[in-house]
Design a protein around this ligand. Sequence first.
Ligand SMILES: [Zn+2]
Length: 248
Amino acid sequence: MRFAGVKTGHKARSFMFIRSLYEGLLQLVYPLLCEACQRPLLGQEKVLCLECNLLLPQTHYHHIAENATAQKLAGRIHFDHATSFAYFTKDGLLQHLLHRMKYDFRKEIGNYLGTQFAVALKQTAWIGDITALVPVPLHQRKQRLRGGNQSLWIAEGMSSVLQLPVLPHTLRRIKHTKSQTKMLSREQRLENIKDAFAVPEPAMLEGQHILLVDDVLTTGATLEACALTLEKAGGIRISIATIGLAGS
Ligand SMILES: [Zn+2]
């Protein structure tokens, strides 16, 4: 058995070597390009080159309790902390990245943004109190159309840095809703999305402090409906993290 183990280890090392060689050659022939400036990525760079990474308009809200994300949700739901990673502006870098992720099914962009966000969040003391990450779910039909759930991709990236479990099935989207158009008032938006979510096994959440993860905070109606559903499960605390914060 010991011999077999050594043999397997050798095979695994050979495989890793061949794979990294293959990836290196692939990068020479078809270099991965920076999503912003289109220059070939170097070494450990992912999605954005180092220079473009520095251009992400980070909010640094995680250091400020009374930030614009928290203010947007205050009085609507109960939460401990609420923060967004970067400003989402029309034709801005973050909008470009989130569009690529959503419409080209680029999971690695979600993972990348999640890891970047988590590295920033690690600077705070409060993140140590979080016990699990809960991505905002999509209805199954929409998830099929989108090739996956983008909030889950973000949460998975965060999880790799924060070493926290992701609970993708804790909160379920049970109702397919029309898109949250700006034509609707706040009450109409909430009415549109009310009862869209459910927590099938509330006991699983008992005593947890969950971080609810979404891509962009626009009107906040989706997060509001999610948090209200989670609150009903009882015995939990909620904090909120979105990658982008839109102006309106
Ligand atoms: Zn670049």
